[in-house]
Design a protein around this ligand. Structure first.
Ligand SMILES: Cc1cc2nc3c(=O)[nH]c(=O)nc-3n(C[C@H](O)[C@H](O)[C@H](O)COP(=O)(O)OP(=O)(O)OC[C@H]3O[C@@H](n4cnc5c(N)ncnc54)[C@H](O)[C@@H]3O)c2cc1C
Length: 294
């Protein structure tokens, strides 16, 4: 196929959209190291251990966009029938255990940190569905095309480093670089899971809360006291929130680092990734930024 790849972002790499399609030639997709165009300076898309996961994701995106296929459902969770007050409540304890099981075993989100995310979509009937390794910039599209108005809220699991993990002039061996208590998990400096939650209404999705899972030198993140318990409590808290005002109230009570520091950085990156995106995607990026910076 004839076509060209303009270099929009970093000279070495071509400009590509969220689905790795050339920014200036419709129907021309890149696979392999060139996919690093979207995560240059962030994740491992320039290496085989990174782009092999992007390649699988590209296949799923092509299936979705061109063949009407839904993103594969890795796990489905039945509603929590024991909750007599609310028969359609999701089984948050089982979902928590499933997330923790993935923490130590999910190669896509681990290598393609901040780019590929596991997603749990919560449905009106109390069911929930786990999707593996969805590109961050495609999450809303994947949810909308797979579940439509049945999806009421969702969460994403992404891996992130702390702010002072690397960088020119950064003292990476600073005192207190190791967060030891669950209450300080937001200061975790090595790669660790971050759970972001979103509430939906009829028109759009809004970011609600953010939960850092404490650093774990053993890369298991499965200690019931410092990893599993706090995560489950956070999911319970999220399900107690029903409006964006609830979310904003929660954010105001958070340490500055959680509220602005990391969020601001990540969301700017998120917007950067949308440099060639559709109006709809850009709108989502703006909503996320607005919510976190307000
Ligand atoms: C020294 C070094 C060490 C590395 N170590 C690791 C490592 O330990 N782990 C890891 O995961 N990754 C590593 N990498 C990165 C990894 O090797 C590359 O990311 C990977 O090989 C890229 O694969 P690719 O198929 O996308 O591109 P390439 O392997 O570069 O293949 C592109 C192919 O396209 C051909 N081509 C180019 N232009 C045209 C054209 N116009 N028409 C027709 N054909 C064309 C080229 O000749 C080439 O054969 C390393 C890279 C280097 C340089």
């Amino acid at each position: 196929m004839a076509g060209s790849l303009s270099c929009l972002q970093v000279k070495k790499y071509p400009g590509v959209k969220y689905n790795y399609e050339s920014a200036n030639t419709k129907g021309l997709f890149v696979v392999g190291e060139l996919m690093h165009s979207r995560d240059f300076g962030t994740a491992a898309g320039g290496f085989i251990h990174g782009f092999r996961h992007l390649t699988v994701a590209l296949f799923q995106l092509l299936e979705m966009d061109h063949h009407g296929q839904k993103w594969p459902q890795a796990q489905k969770f039945a509603p929590k029938s024991a909750d007599l007050r609310n028969e359609s409540a999701p089984a948050l304890d089982i979902i928590t255990n499933s997330l923790v099981h993935r923490f130590g075993r999910a190669p896509g989100p681990y290598h393609m940190f901040q780019v590929l995310q596991d997603v749990v979509v919560f449905l009106k009937n109390g069911e929930a569905v786990l999707l593996h390794s969805v590109p961050r910039a495609a999450v809303v599209k994947v949810i909308d095309s797979g579940f439509g108005n049945n999806a009421t809220r969702y969460l994403t699991v992404t891996w992130a480093y702390g702010e002072r993990f690397s960088g020119r002039g950064t003292d990476v061996f600073f005192d207190s670089r190791l967060a030891l208590n669950a209450s300080e998990a937001h200061r975790s400096n090595f790669r660790h899971p971050v759970i972001e939650t979103y509430l939906g209404d009829e028109e759009s999705w809004s970011q609600c809360t953010r939960h850092h899972v404490l650093d774990d030198a053993n890369l298991g993140w499965s200690d019931r006291r410092v990893h599993v318990g706090p995560l489950q409590r956070h999911l319970d808290l999220f399900f107690g929130m029903n409006t964006i005002e609830d979310c904003l109230d929660w954010m105001k009570q958070q340490p500055k680092f959680v509220q602005l520091g990391k969020a601001e950085k990540q969301d700017i990156q998120f917007n950067d990734l949308l440099f060639d995106s559709t109006d709809e995607e850009r709108k989502i990026g703006e909503v996320v930024t607005k919510v976190w910076l307000s």
